[in-house]
Design a protein around this ligand. Structure first.
Ligand code: NAP
Length: 298
């Protein structure tokens, strides 16, 4: 029995080394937006597989800035595959030209595969997706619904810590998705040829209103979060007073007037199709976020 165990674990070790060696032989994967909610997770998961990753953003050693095309060439040097997260959003009017220029440069650098993070139900983002689709380079497109991590690692977090979730539509329904699930799908798309030229639409397991999310966060965080609805115009004025950039203000207006108009009120099974398991629930996400201290008040 112990011999069998020894044999099996030796085999498993060899398999693991083979797996790691196999991917090690690939040249680097560039992750753009590597400090971000999905970029960080994709970077960590690739590094755990011993894959050579160039994690890049404006603040990294080899910087990458969407607003400074002169930074792109160095980031792409020696790169075989790229995970693209755009800032602030593929829907902003200038994005399509920026993505066109980036894709052209990537193919000149002999990049073999690009995985793009996109949104659902956004015509403007689809124009950016088309730049990859028509590039001649292998691609996968991952369209994601709103991330659950917006409540713990992003624009809703400060309000939540003060006990408030302020939004222009508290009853709008969205199938919030866990950024860890997105990252698992992205990693598979980067490593597995079967995702070549596929488009996936990733959602969580259920439709939730912002009000329901606030209730679930309250339960996990251990303090009450009140969901407050204010008119969109007042919300945007508040952003202006806090000196948010105009394109981000435009984006919030676009999201709350167009994208949250009911067109995305459906769930998909693409996470299960790619990963062979169900997407994580909001409850699980909230329990984990609370455990990792995301909602501890100072
Ligand atoms: N959040 C959602 O619910 C959601 C849903 C669907 C799709 N998306 C899409 O996901 C993408 C990421 O959005 P996110 O809001 O979740 O952000 P995020 O990924 O959390 O990230 C911010 C990351 O982008 C980097 N960054 C900021 N400005 C940059 C620039 N000009 N050039 C290069 N890197 C820059 C930041 O690092 P540095 O400060 O170091 O540069 C950071 O690494 C967007 O395209 C968005 O449309 C988001």
């Amino acid at each position: 029995m112990s011999g069998l165990f020894y044999f099996s674990s030796a085999l498993a070790d060899n398999f693991d080394s083979y797996y790691k060696l196999k991917f090690k032989k690939m040249s680097k994967i560039l992750v753009i937006g590597a400090n971000g909610k999905t970029g960080r997770r994709v970077t960590d998961k690739l590094k755990n597989l011993n894959i050579d990753v160039r994690a890049s953003s404006r603040s990294t050693e080899i910087p990458f800035d969407w607003e400074k095309p002169e930074t792109w060439g160095m980031a792409l040097d020696g790169i075989e595959k790229v995970y693209i997260t755009f800032q602030p959003d593929l829907a902003v009017p200038s994005a399509v030209e920026t993505i066109r220029n980036f894709v052209k440069l990537a193919s000149q650098h002999d990049v073999k595969k690009m995985v793009l993070l996109s949104g659902r139900g956004e015509k403007e983002a689809e124009r950016c997706e088309n730049e990859l689709i028509n590039s001649g380079v292998d691609f996968s497109i991952v369209r994601a619904s709103w991330f659950m991590q917006n409540f713990s690692e992003s624009f809703f977090t400060d309000g939540i810590l003060q006990g408030e979730l302020v939004v222009p539509q508290i009853e709008a329904l969205e199938p919030f998705v866990d950024a860890d699930d997105i990252a698992d799908v992205v990693v598979d798309c980067l490593l597995n040829d079967k995702h070549k030229n596929k488009i996936y639409s990733l959602t969580g397991p259920e439709l939730l209103s912002f009000k329901r999310c606030a209730d679930k966060v309250s339960e996990a965080a251990g303090f009450h979060v009140t969901c407050i609805e204010i008119p969109l115009a007042d919300y945007l004025d508040g952003m202006r007073q806090h000196h948010y950039p105009e394109d981000v203000i435009w984006l919030v207006q676009y999201l709350f007037t167009e994208v949250l108009d009911g067109r995305n009120e459906f769930i998909t099974d693409h996470i299960e199709e790619v990963l062979g398991r169900k997407p994580r629930s909001f409850e699980d996400y909230a329990i984990n976020a609370a455990k990792s201290g995301m909602w501890i008040k100072n």
